[in-house]
Structure formats: structure tokens, C-alpha cells
Design a protein around this ligand. Structure first.
Ligand code: ZN
Length: 475
């Protein structure tokens, strides 16, 4: 287990490739490239992420649905832009048993075209609106670039919310709510992020506009973790999603979507970790704490019993606790759970029993705390809250050191990270910046005021700038 983990600080790319497997998150040995196995430990982390998403959805009155994986070709082809965007990434099913199907079916790359014909049936009147549903499913995309666990895969765990509204304002209000959801959600992940309105040449297939959720990683590259899309009537027209307004008139709905994927796990791995391994934020950690008994022969029974009692007590108070009673040395357990990023280790030895205490070790600081047995829960909760805060501070510090703003392209040409420049809004100038920086356009900032208040000039053509625009290298 110790062998073969490069230092993250030396080679983050090789480190990432190894850590996802030796930390038991996934297994890449399945014989289809880009379709990996979720191992129990990795799946537990994913399920915590799903739990957080479901909680946010419930708070905002979205209802969970589950649509079929297969979509008939004719439904998929109804929205012309959409098919253009996804056509080359689709997996097709052409046979069932020995029969060739009359109509080909595809594995969903996303679910607009599966859901919208049904929305057209569900929605009758303005009283049926807004319709707000979501699902957590697997999607399939034939990625032709090099696959990478959680970051670029061909079968992908996916969250997608779809909403229908009476008008454009209703849909805009939804996107504002999505932005608020993201704020709450990312706080729990201790993960800083930026929101960027994509330029028109890079918006989602079929969208009026798209907003990307982009997080800057320690290697200076941005990872897109999700997006919101304003569709207006682009899908409701071809799919016939209308409602009857109070005057009896049939009106097309305005629609939005909001999606995120298992890339969130990839971001947590890259951002919250060090040479020793992962550092899961408490909200997502498969286990908040692991109990390690320090066994001496004559005290063995007492120690094991005490550990079991501590585990039960903490679990009753809502903490996720693992009692590691394997017959290997405490040192091996310390090493393994540090690598796997468990926030807190609880050590129980003869000395602790005598003093009616436990010893807590926090993953990031290595600091040890001796706390009274009856006060363990309180101390653990305080340590977890502090730990989450520290992870966020550390990530923010790393991001700040890689974020640059300048008036002139020349001043940031050699920088790596998130670059912000004034922009006239033209595709030509945007693309020129992309080429000069060897980066992608993330878009105009949504998480801060993008306006050029001081009459800044476009960093390429020198005309008055319409807004700031961000660039970064992308994963
Ligand atoms: Zn320009």
C-alpha cells in the first residue's frame, strides 16, 4: 500500500492517478475504458454528496424523479442544436436480442430529450407551474480525450435538475435560486469556486446562455464542476411544452437546467489533500472519525469494549464512525486512515482508559487532543467544524495565489491560473486572448460584479470594454 504513491507536491497528475485507487475510491481495471468501479469507500463519499444535494433540492421544493436510461432517436433529434452538440458522444443501442430495432435507442448523455415529451403531458395549466424536478443517475458520453477517474469518464454519476416556468422572469428567478443552492452546497465541501457566464461560442447545446461552476485546482487548471442553463423556449417549442394561462391562451414554458457530476469528488481529491493523502471535508467524509485501539495484552478486553461503546455513543449522535479492530499495528492504521482522509482519529489505549479519556488526532494538523470520555462528542464536533474551516482557508489561499487581474494581456501572459482581463465582448478578441494565453475562456464573472467601472479598454482591440472576462486552462 505504501509503494507507488508519488508526492502530490512533485507530480499532482501522477499522484491523482494513483491515489484514487490506493485510497480505495475506485478501481480502473474494468475492461471498458472510462467506466470505473465505485469501491465501497468511494461510493460512501459519493452518497454523502448525493445526500447534500437532495437536502438542498428538498429545501427548494424540487421533487426527485427517475427517467429511463434509453431514449428513442426520434425524441433526441427534436432540438437541432442539442443533437449537434451531443451527436458524436452518444452510445447507440441498435439490437434487442436477435432483432434489429425499428428505431435506434441511445444511452442518455443528459435527459432533456427523455423528460420533455413527458413534461408536455404533465403540464396543462399555469397552476402546474413551476415544475421543478431532479434526478441522480448515470449518464453515458463517448469521451474521446484521455479518460481520468471522476474527471473524464464515459459512464458518469450525474445530478440534473429541470424546471419549467410561466415566463422568462420565472426562469431567471430559478437560476438565482440555483446560485444560492450552490453557495450553500459548496460551503459544505469547503470548496471555493467561481461562476462564469460562458461566451456564446461555448454555451450548452440548445441553451440561450450557460453559467459554468468552475473551481481552480492546485495545479492552476480550472475544473468545471457543473452548470446552469437558461433555455427560454428553445426546448419547449420542439417538445410542445405549453400551459394554459388564466385567459385560456396556450403559452410555451420557459425552462432551465442545473447539472453537476462526480467531478465534485475529483475536485475534493485534488484540492483537499497533501503528500500523505486525502483530506475529506466532514460533510462528505465516509467516516468522520476512526477509532484505533492501542492494545496491550492484559487490557485487551476492556479496551475493545470501550471502543465499541464509544462508537455506539457517537453514532447515536449522528456521527459516522468506524471502529478499526483489525489485527494490524496501530501505525499501519494511522497511515491508512491519513491516506484515506478521515478527519479525526480516536485513539484508545490503557493510559486513556485509566484517565477516563480518549486521544483525538486531527488529520490536517497532526495535533493531538486529550479529552474526557464524556466530552468526546462535543470535542469531535468542534474539531470537525474547525477542520472544515481550515480546509476552506487553505483552498482559498492557494486560489488567491493563482488568480491574476490585469489591464493588459502582456502583464499576465506568463501567468498560470485564473486570469481576468477587460473585454469588448467580441468573439475575435476572446479567441485572440485564448490563443495568446493558451487558455480557455471561462466567461464573464457572475460571482462578482463584472462591469468595467473605470472605463477599462479591451486588452486586445483597445475599444471600450463591456465587462471583465476570465480565462484558465481547463481539465
Ligand atoms: Zn476587443
Amino acid at each position: 500500500m505504501k509503494s507507488g504513491l508519488p508526492k502530490k507536491s512533485k507530480d499532482i497528475s501522477r499522484w491523482y492517478t494513483r491515489i484514487v485507487e490506493i485510497a480505495d475510491l475506485c478501481d480502473k481495471r474494468y475492461p471498458i475504458k472510462g467506466m470505473n468501479i465505485w469501491r465501497p469507500y468511494g461510493l460512501k463519499a459519493l452518497q454523502q454528496i448525493d445526500r447534500l444535494i437532495r437536502a438542498e433540492m428538498e429545501k427548494t421544493n424540487h421533487e426527485e424523479v427517475y427517467f429511463p436510461l434509453l431514449i428513442p432517436e426520434s425524441l433526441f433529434k427534436k432540438e437541432a442544436e442539442h443533437i449537434k452538440g451531443f451527436g458524436s458522444e452518444v452510445y447507440w443501442v441498435s439490437h434487442a436480442g436477435k432483432e434489429q430495432l425499428e428505431e435506434r435507442l441511445l444511452l442518455r448523455p443528459t435527459s432533456e430529450t427523455a423528460m420533455y415529451p413527458l413534461f408536455a403531458l404533465w403540464i396543462r395549466s399555469h397552476t402546474d407551474l413551476p415544475l421543478k424536478v431532479f434526478q441522480l443517475v448515470n449518464i453515458f458520453r463517448y469521451e474521446t480525450k484521455q479518460t481520468r477517474a471522476f474527471i473524464r469518464v464515459r459512464e458518469c454519476h450525474f445530478f440534473e435538475a429541470h424546471t419549467c416556468h410561466e415566463d422568462y422572469e420565472g426562469a431567471e428567478t430559478q437560476i438565482k435560486e440555483d446560485i444560492e443552492i450552490i453557495k450553500q452546497f459548496f460551503k459544505k465541501l469547503s470548496l471555493p469556486y467561481t461562476l462564469n457566464k460562458r461566451p456564446d461560442w461555448d454555451k450548452f447545446a440548445g441553451a440561450v446562455y450557460s453559467i459554468g461552476i468552475d473551481a481552480l485546482m492546485p495545479d492552476g487548471k480550472a475544473l468545471q464542476l457543473g452548470s446552469f442553463h437558461q433555455y427560454k423556449e428553445n426546448f419547449s417549442r420542439p417538445y410542445g411544452i405549453t400551459y394554459e394561462d388564466p385567459n385560456g391562451k396556450h403559452v410555451y414554458c420557459h425552462q432551465t437546467t442545473f447539472g453537476m457530476s462526480e467531478r465534485l469528488i475529483g475536485a475534493l481529491i485534488l484540492m483537499h489533500s497533501d503528500d500523505k493523502g486525502l483530506k475529506f471535508p466532514p460533510a462528505v467524509a465516509p467516516f468522520h472519525a476512526v477509532i484505533v485501539p492501542i492494545i496491550f495484552k492484559e487490557e485487551e478486553t476492556t479496551i475493545l469494549k470501550t471502543c465499541s461503546a464509544i462508537k455506539i455513543g457517537l453514532e447515536q449522535r449522528g456521527l459516522r464512525v468506524l471502529f478499526d479492530d483489525r489485527e494490524i499495528t496501530p501505525g499501519s492504521k494511522y497511515y491508512e486512515w491519513e491516506l484515506k482522509g478521515v478527519p479525526i482519529r480516536i485513539e484508545v489505549g490503557p493510559r486513556d482508559i485509566k484517565k477516563k479519556q480518549v486521544t483525538l488526532a486531527v488529520r490536517n494538523s497532526g495535533r493531538k487532543l486529550e479529552v474526557k470520555m464524556g466530552e468526546a462528542e462535543e470535542s469531535i464536533n468542534a474539531a470537525l467544524a474547525d477542520y472544515a474551516e481550515k480546509l476552506f482557508e487553505e483552498a482559498t489561499r492557494i486560489n488567491a495565489s493563482q488568480t491574476f487581474q490585469a489591464l493588459h494581456l502582456e502583464d499576465v501572459k506568463d501567468k498560470r491560473g485564473l486570469i481576468k482581463l477587460p473585454w469588448c465582448g467580441s468573439e475575435e478578441c476572446g479567441k485572440a486572448c485564448e490563443e495568446a494565453l493558451d487558455m480557455n475562456t471561462l466567461g464573464t464573472p457572475i460571482d462578482e460584479d463584472p462591469s468595467c467601472k473605470n472605463k477599462e479598454l479591451c486588452s486586445i482591440c483597445g475599444k471600450p470594454a463591456k465587462s471583465w472576462v476570465r480565462f484558465a486552462r481547463l481539465y
